[in-house]
Design a protein around this ligand. Structure first.
Ligand code: NAD
Ligand code: MG
Length: 393
């Protein structure tokens, strides 16, 4: 077996480390070509020792020089580069077959799109990239023959519940609805007034999943489910009204597809991202992921309830942005990124996140997306509007 060569964008994050764990279980199948991180140089150094990539990428030249020196001391041959151009280079490199897109936020858009345009197998964890650029992204997948495999657990579940060839709209395949499950986050059942005093520590303590801080806050506000709704529309060619959010606190069913004959197909498993990661890496085969088998007797029961869009307005804001189309999802995403950063820094209250996103959506016009520049401009202007709102007297 000729090993596949893999680039992991965002290698030091929650998804990145889980990806490396799965890769390390199958050395005969995979070789790590490049690992990237933003500022976590120590963590990246440790990963270079274990995985021996040909290339490592950090954001600044200073951090890259530090890593280069440590690797030279250790006698490792990994080449170190810095900056966003280097991210694009390792995503589109000819030697690479598979790219794990696990950078968080808009920063992942250009390298992820570069991997798509180079026709790679792209494992998409970085949902913000798809939310921002929707149609452009999916057009590029089709035009360049990339293989796009969703890693977000819900979308991975839906992918597994759909026919292998599911392009051309859901109706063509008898699918009537996608049921997107949500844990409900750490504040399920809380009222808007109880939510006002939530701290970053509380928001980052997710009941079922251990994740990066940004997505943890998104899960707590339900913006994560909103971004996932948009993601599902693009990935599966669905209208927003064909995606129903189902709060399922046990996070055992990772999502479902409902068919016209009354069948509902679900994918179940322990909440562990190594399952969708292994699925994406090996597709259409299956490989061992290190995940414990699901014990249904231990799970005992599965509960379902509707989402509370009054206490958690971010879900509604996302659905509205998808319905508005054009640059609206990019504006929503940019405002949310600024809001989450401000919340984590103690400069904005928890309920301020939804308020800030709503204000920025009102302030910024919705434009048709002609090209990537339109998207990047909408993103930049929305961030500016969000910062202006935060700095208001
Ligand atoms: P994380 O914060 O743990 O890791 C992010 C990674 O990206 C790190 O390696 C970091 O160094 C790098 N990074 C951050 N900012 C960067 C920048 N400006 N430029 C270049 N690199 C940068 O995040 P995560 O939880 O692993 O999530 C990654 C992505 O996967 C997100 O888009 C998230 O929504 C998605 N996702 C995560 C989970 C999960 O369980 N963690 C589940 C589904 C989807
Ligand atoms: Mg998810």
């Amino acid at each position: 077996m000729i090993p596949r060569r893999v680039t992991v964008l965002g290698a030091t994050g929650s998804i990145g480390t889980s990806t490396l764990e799965v890769l390390a279980r199958h050395p005969e199948r995979y070789r790590v070509h490049a690992l990237t991180a933003h500022r976590s140089r120590e963590a990246l150094l440790a990963q270079c020792h274990v995985h021996r990539p040909a290339l490592a990428v950090l954001d600044t030249e200073g951090d890259a020089a530090w890593l280069r020196a440590r690797l030279a001391e250790a006698g490792l041959a990994t080449e170190v580069r810095a900056g966003s151009d280097a991210l694009v280079e390792v995503a589109e490199a000819a030697e690479v077959d598979t790219v794990m897109a696990a950078i968080v936020g808009a920063a992942g858009l250009l390298p992820t799109l570069a991997a798509v345009r180079a026709g790679k197998r792209v494992l998409l964890a970085n949902k913000e990239a798809l939310v921002m650029s929707g149609a452009l992204f999916m057009d590029a997948v089709a035009r360049h023959g990339a293989t796009l495999l969703p890693i977000d657990s819900e979308h991975n579940a839906i992918y597994q519940c759909l026919p292998v060839e599911h392009r051309g709209g859901l109706a063509r395949h008898g699918v009537t609805q996608l049921l997107l499950t949500a844990s409900g986050g750490p504040f399920r059942g809380w009222t808007a007034s109880e939510l006002a005093a939530v701290t970053p520590e509380q928001a980052c303590a997710h009941p079922n999943w251990s994740m990066g801080r940004k997505i943890s806050v998104d899960s707590a506000t339900l913006m994560n489910k909103g971004l996932e709704l948009i993601e599902a529309c693009w990935l599966f060619d669905a209208r927003p009204d064909q995606v129903q959010v189902v709060v399922h606190p046990q996070s055992v069913i990772h999502s479902m597809a409902a068919y016209s004959d009354g069948s509902v197909l679900a994918q179940l498993g322990n909440p562990d991202m190594r399952t969708p990661i292994a699925y994406g890496l090996a597709w259409p085969e299956r490989i061992e992921a290190g995940v414990e088998a699901l014990d249904l007797f231990q799970v005992a029961r599965l509960d379902f309830e509707p989402a509370d869009e009054t206490a958690f307005p971010c879900l509604r804001l996302a659905r509205e942005a998808m319905a508005a189309g054009g640059t609206a999802p990019a504006v929503l995403n940019a405002a949310n990124e600024v809001a989450v950063e401000a919340f984590l820094a103690g400069r904005l209250g928890f309920t301020g996140i939804g308020e800030l996103v709503a204000r920025v959506r009102e302030a910024r016009p919705v434009e048709a997306v002609r090209d990537l520049e339109t998207v990047l401009a909408a993103d930049a202007l929305a961030r500016q509007a969000a910062h202006d709102w935060l700095a208001r007297p």
